[in-house]
Design a protein. Structure first.
Length: 138
């Protein structure tokens, strides 16, 4: 398994512009336990997901990536993650139904199919490049 530092170094070495989702890791790992009056649902599953997110070291990776990109003069762009996995990268149609499974994307408007992560990555890259272009025009 590649360490976060090695992965960040590889990206910085290979790319001049790096785009990522602006993930709110603290919000993603918030407890599902709830209160006595309103207990949480799927607490055990949420606990497992939280542990996986924290074990993956996303926060460490993004911090390292930002530091390495800045020191190498690379551009790092964070984009809003909202609907990146629900929007069709071909026609732009956004619907919850487009995300068939965790791994499968099928647009209900144009019929485009792709791996869900690949489709989302295209949307993230486009959003980042649009932000970059807007910043350059300002």
């Amino acid at each position: 398994m590649t360490s976060p530092v090695r992965a960040a170094l590889a990206l910085v070495r290979d790319y001049g512009v790096i785009v990522h989702e602006d993930l709110r890791i603290a919000n993603m790992t918030r407890s599902a336990s709830g209160t006595i009056e309103q207990p949480g649902r799927n607490v055990a599953a949420k606990s497992g997901l939280n542990r996986s997110i924290l074990d993956a070291g996303w926060g460490v990776f993004l911090t390292t990536l930002a530091y390495k990109a800045e020191s190498a003069g690379r551009e790092l762009i964070a984009v809003n993650p909202a609907n990146t996995s629900r929007t069709c990268s071909r026609c732009g149609h956004c619907a919850k139904e487009n995300r068939v499974t965790q791994a499968e994307f099928a647009c209900t408007a144009c019929g485009h199919t792709a791996h869900a992560d690949v489709n989302a990555a295209i949307n993230i890259l486009r959003a980042g490049l649009a932000l970059r272009e807007a910043a350059g025009a300002a």
